[in-house]
Ligand binder design. Structure first.
Ligand code: NI
Length: 259
């Protein structure tokens, strides 16, 4: 059994065959999927989909690209959505200084407001960080120790990985690890503590090498797991067991009544 800790099944590219996508994931051994919010509408549909599917969970949050959307009305809506028992984290939230689709001060305010919300609701956070390492860590320093922190689609050096793990974060790895030129990322993966590792597809984006260029979907998670197991010199079963335990623990999915 594998858990895809980061997918966006609410994205329009799944509108025609979402049920089949979920079914294919199950057949591929991906029994649980965390459907990640990125704006208000996307959070609403993530929750709705999670509530109507076994094994599907949701996070609610406003991505840094959409940070300008996060006023007090939106923040209240996130809080209301988080009342669903299927909501397992606040995310994805963070800072993106690479694409800068929202002004940086707006991104920082939205990030901080949502960290406070996670703290208030006692939920973990799924963090998006692109070229904003120092500021992301600054914002997270007040949150540390309040709830678990998951760094989504980690692609940094093994030094950064060590630093984050030292701070108690979980690192989630995506299909980028299978790309031919991802030499340093593969070195990082080989060294990362299995006890702090999660795996994700980030569907519909970042399809792993074997299906690159196509729409990504949770059923492709085994390609990523396979590559990571190889890099760590363990069996895919060992990797599946460890990452599944980590995901169940960090998102508290253990209670089968919620599945
Ligand atoms: Ni994402």
């Amino acid at each position: 059994m594998l858990i895809d800790t980061h997918a966006h099944l609410q994205w329009a590219s799944f509108n025609k065959d979402r049920e089949k996508v979920i079914e294919r994931a199950r057949e591929a051994g991906v029994k649980r999927i965390v459907n990640i919010g990125f704006d208000i509408k996307g959070s609403q549909s993530a929750v709705r989909q999670a509530e109507s599917h076994m094994g599907l969970y949701a996070t609610v949050g406003v991505h840094p690209h959409n940070a300008s959307q996060l006023g007090s009305v939106a923040l209240n809506e996130l809080k209301k959505l988080a009342e669903s028992s299927k909501v397992v984290a606040i995310g994805e939230i963070g800072l993106d200084y690479y694409r800068d689709l929202s002004p940086r001060d707006v991104q920082r305010r939205a990030f901080e407001a949502q960290l406070s919300l996670a703290e208030e609701l006692d939920l973990p956070v799924v963090v998006h960080n692109r070229e904003a390492h120092t500021e992301t860590l600054n914002a997270l320093s007040d949150f540390r120790g309040r709830g678990e922190i998951i760094m989504h689609c980690f692609s940094g050096s093994s030094g950064k990985a060590e630093e984050y793990i030292g701070l108690g974060f979980y690192l989630s790895f995506a299909g980028t690890v299978t790309f031919p030129n991802a030499h340093s990322l593969r070195e990082t993966v080989a060294r990362v503590d299995l006890g702090r590792m999660l795996i994700e597809t980030d569907s519909p984006w970042l399809a792993p090498q074997r299906v690159r260029g196509r729409r990504n979907e949770p059923a492709f998670l085994p390609f990523i797991a396979e590559e990571i197991a190889k890099l760590k010199g363990i069996s895919i079963d060992e990797l599946a067991k460890a990452t599944t335990e980590n995901a169940n623990e960090v998102f508290q999915l253990g209670d089968t009544s919620r599945s």
